[in-house]
Design a protein around this ligand. Structure first.
Ligand SMILES: C[S@@+](CC[C@H](N)C(=O)[O-])C[C@H]1O[C@@H](n2cnc3c(N)ncnc32)[C@H](O)[C@@H]1O
Ligand SMILES: [Zn+2]
Length: 370
């Protein structure tokens, strides 16, 4: 019924079949590898006298928290309200002889999180983190890690963006990034209520989840400044043009390229969603560790480092389809955009997309000449 596996350098007992009551998802190993490197990079910068407490609030088998205790050496609280999961967490702590550093809990996450001011709070729920965000934002002092797997409402593919996250996403070619920024916007607003600000360190998305890792800073002034990073994107579905605007009153209702009526997405977090110095440290940490998904993780972080801080990207395959031309290699498009004086980069959100400050009409011109 159970088997022993290894993730990183940690031994973990997991159910042989996928079970909701003792949840272990092997597909999230990549995410956990990046977490180990990120928490380690973050902890290195803390004063050495501190022994911060990290909470894995929705732990399932406990794999994430047990790995942080074992591979980073942190004091951790590992919690799940399911009793079979709690029993499994205790077994996994014992299996790695971590009793001095790791404590298992069998509580409702919101109640447990609110009982302590945790230095680091990790939310890895089924679906949406929204039911736990308020408590996490109230408790957290330094580092917040949040997963969302409810990508459909966050992307605008289903309804629910406004209801759950208080923001309207649009189902555009850059919907994955929009989802990440809707989530960051919701976290910003929840933190600001408690006079805290978010500083995203590494935000990324793969096929089925979004993960944000963010430093939390305290102070009403910082929180106010952080709120000013929220804004809107006006998107034209007729020609693909998009414009960023921090004040809704300044938004133009007509497309500045083709004159069609635009649609508005937001509020979204519009500033940088990663900090390059931190990502470099994470990349170094990944490089020197024994990890199952090392090369995949390093590729994501490396692409994030080189990604422009522009809140959208252009799927060049989709544009070429409209233009009825074969898509050029992405590297050629990036070179051509740079030669024409624009900034351009790849994005980890999509292998067939570019980030650029060029407008859609300029991109189309360049594609037609390639
Ligand atoms: C996606 S799983 C966690 C996976 C785990 N973090 C990992 O890395 O493998 C979500 C877990 O949250 C637990 N859960 C759901 N609601 C909860 C609540 N209110 N309090 C505590 N645990 C809860 C579920 O029992 C489930 O084990
Ligand atoms: Zn237009």
């Amino acid at each position: 019924m159970f088997s022993e596996i290894k993730e990183g350098t940690t031994k973990i007992i997991v159910p042989e079949q996928l079970k909701r009551s003792m949840f272990y998802n092997p597909k999230m190993e990549l995410c956990r590898d990046i977490d180990v490197a990120s928490v380690s990079a973050f902890a290195t910068a803390l004063p050495s006298r501190q022994q911060p407490i990290y909470i894995d609030a929705l732990a399932g088998s406990g794999v994430r928290g047990v790995r942080i205790a074992n591979e980073v050496g942190m004091c951790v609280h590992i919690n799940d309200r399911s009793t079979p999961a709690y029993e499994l967490i205790k077994r996994n702590i014992a299996l790695n002889s971590l009793e001095e550093r790791a404590c298992a809990y069998n509580e409702n996450a919101n109640i447990l999180i609110l009982q302590t001011r945790y230095e680091m709070v990790d939310l890895d729920p089924f679906g949406s983190p929204v039911p736990f965000l308020d408590a996490a934002c109230k408790s957290v002092r330094r580092l917040l890690l949040v997963t969302a797997t409810d990508t459909a409402p966050l992307c605008g593919a289903h309804t629910g963006g406004m209801r759950k996250y208080g923001a309207k996403p649009l189902n555009t070619d850059y919907h994955t990034e929009m989802a990440t920024r809707v989530l960051l916007g919701a976290v910003t607003r929840d933190l600001c209520k408690y006079d805290k600000a978010i500083q995203p360190l590494l935000s990324y998305s793969t096929a089925h989840f979004i993960r944000i890792i963010a430093r939390v800073e305290r102070g009403a002034k910082r929180a106010d400044a952080c709120m000013n990073r929220l804004g809107f994107i006006a998107h034209c579905f007729a020609c693909g043009n998009r414009c960023v605007c921090s004040d809704m009153l300044d938004l133009k209702r007509e497309c500045t390229v083709c004159g069609a009526k635009v649609r508005i997405a937001g509020p979204l977090y519009l500033h940088a969603i990663k900090e390059n110095a931190f990502c470099e440290q994470v990349h170094d940490e990944l490089g020197k560790r024994e990890l199952g998904k090392k090369s995949e993780a390093m590729k994501i972080v490396d692409t994030c480092i080189h990604e422009l801080d522009i809140p959208y990207y252009f799927e060049h395959h989709a544009i070429c389809k409209v233009l009825k031309i074969p898509p050029p290699p992405i590297a050629s498009l990036i070179d051509a955009l740079r030669s024409a004086g624009f900034h351009a980069s790849r994005t980890h959100f999509s292998d067939v997309a570019v980030k650029t400050d060029a407008r859609i009409d300029a991109i189309k011109d360049i594609l037609m000449r390639l």
